[in-house]
Design a protein around this ligand. Structure first.
Ligand code: CP
Ligand code: NVA
Length: 306
């Protein structure tokens, strides 16, 4: 088996490596990075769920680094007809130099990675969305000029995004307050590992308690992919958790608003906040491209974080 590293969750990289990864992404964003470390290499992208940003940013990013990306869905590959995850991992490893997966069960991505001989990148599971939250941290660096010592307020569902924010709080040293209705808290194991790492993370019930004085206010849809049939029950549970202008006024006067997108204007966020002067969501979406190029250059292209 060839030695390789994966990115399935943010703690897969050390804090020092994450800092350098962000620096590399910033060099890519500024145009200072002209190398083509993926020349002659291929990335297989397996998408069991819909995607706009993840698909296009990985595909365009691979091309910009000199490589080729293959878009695969369970409808097209034998995985969808029951070929085992382990066998798929073994076979794809003979053809490509890295695999990005978006699927439901996080365990499936871990199983894939155990059997793959090439780097595996998590493009979203029900439990984690590390590439997105790394792009969000890059957006904090861009617009706040710092990450450590800031306060981030998460408003809403304790979903995959919330879990990756919990990991990020531990790795990057910021305070995280999550306002979640009862029954919609983040993953207890993820909260547990952040606590062990000494992270300043607290789950509260009141969105105002979370948002007061925060430097970043962020949210996500109330019903993630795979939970669409719970939309009605969730809309009731999340009443009062909409990020609106009043909640933004409770935050720091220079606070930025982030949302991984796609957004539902009028549900988890009002249109005036999403499209307003504090919103940085378009830069946030752009930063997916830069951080993922940096991840691929490191994992697949031999770029060093030492
Ligand atoms: N934010 C995000 O991952 O978007 P997509 O679902 O469009 O990839
Ligand atoms: N929590 C959302 C994020 C989409 C990018 C979902 O999983 O559907």
């Amino acid at each position: 088996m060839r030695p390789h590293r994966d990115l399935l969750a943010i703690p897969d990289f050390t804090p020092a490596e994450l800092d350098r990864l962000c620096g590399l992404a910033e060099r890519m964003r500024s145009g200072a990075y002209a190398a083509r470390p993926l020349a002659g290499k291929s990335l297989a992208m397996i998408f069991a769920k819909s995607s706009t940003r993840t698909r296009v940013s990985f595909e365009a990013g691979t091309f910009q680094l000199g490589g080729q990306a293959l878009f695969l869905t369970p409808r097209d590959v034998q995985l969808g007809r029951g070929e085992p995850v382990a066998d798929t991992a073994r076979v794809l490893s003979r053809y490509v130099h890295g695999v990005m997966i978006r699927t439901y069960a996080h365990d499936e991505v871990e199983e894939f990675a155990r059997h793959a001989d090439v780097p595996v990148v998590n493009g979203l599971t029900d439990r984690q969305h590390p590439c997105q939250v790394l792009a969000d941290v890059l957006t904090m660096r861009q617009h706040l000029g710092r990450v450590a010592g800031t306060t981030v307020a998460w408003i809403g569902d304790g979903n995959n995004m919330a879990n990756s924010w919990v990991d990020a709080a531990a790795s990057f040293g910021f305070t995280l307050r999550l306002a979640c209705p009862a029954g919609y808290e983040p993953d207890p194991a993820t909260l547990g590992r952040a606590a062990v790492a000494g992270a300043d993370v607290r789950v509260v019930r009141d969105p105002y308690e979370a948002a007061t004085g925060a430097h970043v206010v962020t949210t996500d849809v109330w019903a993630s992919m795979g939970h669409e049939d719970e939309q009605e029950a969730r809309a009731a549970a999340f009443a009062g958790f909409c990020v609106d202008a009043a909640l933004m006024r409770a935050a720091d006067p220079q606070a930025i608003f982030l949302h991984c997108l796609p957004a539902h204007r009028g549900e988890e966020v009002t249109a005036d906040v999403l499209d307003g002067p504090r919103s940085r969501v378009w830069d946030e979406a752009e930063n997916r491209l830069h951080i993922q190029k940096a991840i691929m250059a490191v994992l697949m292209g031999g770029e060093s974080l030492a």
